[in-house]
Write a new protein. Structure first.
Length: 356
């Protein structure tokens, strides 16, 4: 079968802002199952922190029986595990919302997958001993600055409810793809919260504090909240679990192709359960066919690779759609759930191509 050949372009990250650094992975460069560090999207609220790695200590304090102060050495000696997980920014695909919303105009590449190795946060919480009334675990990073909404200086900090903090796969990670975590992605320690959008996975961990109340830092109570209304905060609720989603990697939007057979391929992922079905339409949603799914190695938190052989017999313009369904019966909607800050976009993916 003949297949369209693509010009070879050296992979790069597409820059949205340089300070702080916000760059995404053009979706066509996601070729392998895991993304190498140099192609890992970067999402930062502040300038990179300056850290003295040689003298790194991790405090765990607050509502615990025995506060801990751990060295890297201490951590590296604890039982560790490795998980393969999708990390997706809650603002991924924000640029497709209509009407437009403020915020970084991410296209489809604020997403990553790789292997994280670390010590379960649970292990540390058990060692420190949670005291009665422990409700949330606050993870604070070393980076700081002023937020757009106020003149105050904040560090990047987020909390997890106790249940998610105790999930055995919520990790204090120190390796990405068998290497120490690259500095821009959180070296030496980063939280990794599989199944939740990326904002939960705090980089450059400075300290961990257990509290008996609801944490309300700006990245918890102002940002990373779904605001369904344009004019007011009614119906607001926090951004947590990743929505069921899929992306077409090939062909690319606006490609001009020859008549004949083409492979349509891409990825699909979800934050709850697993992907059960990916459907493709080449006639703008009138008819749908199941794509072939290759989920042999996707694991519990990984994306599935899918493909579809398309026999494009007639010249013309085509709208191609992809739509994923997960095991909790969530399915990608035809229209996204619009919200004022533009989080969680997961409408079915859509590209246009021309057959000559
Ligand atoms: N300390 C710190 N952690 C952070 C952030 C940040 O700005 N500072 N950004 C969060 C957001 S919104 C996302 S999507 C991911 C991005 O991780 P990456 O830059 O490694 O891709 O990190 C999260 N953790
Ligand atoms: Mo994000």
């Amino acid at each position: 079968m003949s297949q369209q050949s693509y010009p070879v372009v050296k992979p790069y990250l597409k820059t949205h802002t340089l300070v702080p650094e916000n760059q995404e992975t053009p979706i066509e460069f996601i070729q392998n199952d895991t993304i190498p560090s140099r192609l890992f999207y970067r999402r930062n609220h502040f300038s990179y922190p300056s850290l003295s790695h040689s003298n790194y200590w991790l405090p765990i304090n607050g509502l615990v029986s025995a506060p801990l102060l751990l060295s890297m050495q201490d951590l590296l000696q604890m039982p560790a595990k490795t998980v393969k997980a999708v990390l997706e920014c809650a603002g991924d695909k924000r640029s497709f919302f209509k009407p437009k919303v403020f915020g970084e105009q991410w296209e489809k590449g604020a997403i990553n997958q790789g292997f994280w190795k670390g010590v379960p946060l649970r292990t540390l919480l058990e060692r420190a001993g949670l005291r009665e009334g422990a409700k949330e675990v606050v993870i604070e990073g070393y980076d700081y600055g002023k937020t757009p909404d106020s003149d105050q200086v904040y560090t990047y900090a987020r909390s997890l409810p106790i249940e998610k903090a105790l999930h055995p796969d919520t990790l204090i990670a120190f390796e990405y793809n068998q290497q120490p975590i690259p500095f821009k992605h959180g070296f030496p320690l980063r939280l990794v919260v599989p199944q939740w959008y990326g904002m939960a996975s705090v980089k450059w961990i400075k300290q961990i504090t257990i509290i008996n109340s609801h944490f309300s830092g700006p990245f918890q109570s102002i940002d990373y909240v779904y605001y369904p209304n344009k004019e007011n905060n009614e119906g607001a609720f926090p951004v947590t679990t990743i929505n069921v989603n899929s992306t077409i990697q090939q062909p690319r939007d606006m490609d001009i192709l020859n008549r004949g057979n083409h492979i349509i391929k891409g990825i699909a992922w979800t934050g709850e359960g697993y992907i059960t079905k990916v459907e493709i339409s080449t006639d703008n949603g009138q008819t749908w066919t199941n794509a072939k799914m290759d989920n042999r190695d996707s694991g519990q938190y990984g994306w599935v690779l899918w493909s579809y052989e398309w026999a494009a017999g007639k010249s013309g313009e085509y709208v191609i759609l992809s739509r994923a369904t997960d095991s909790t019966n969530r399915i990608q909607p035809s229209e996204p759930f619009w919200n004022r800050k533009g989080y969680g976009y997961n409408a079915m993916d859509k590209i246009k191509v021309k057959i000559e």
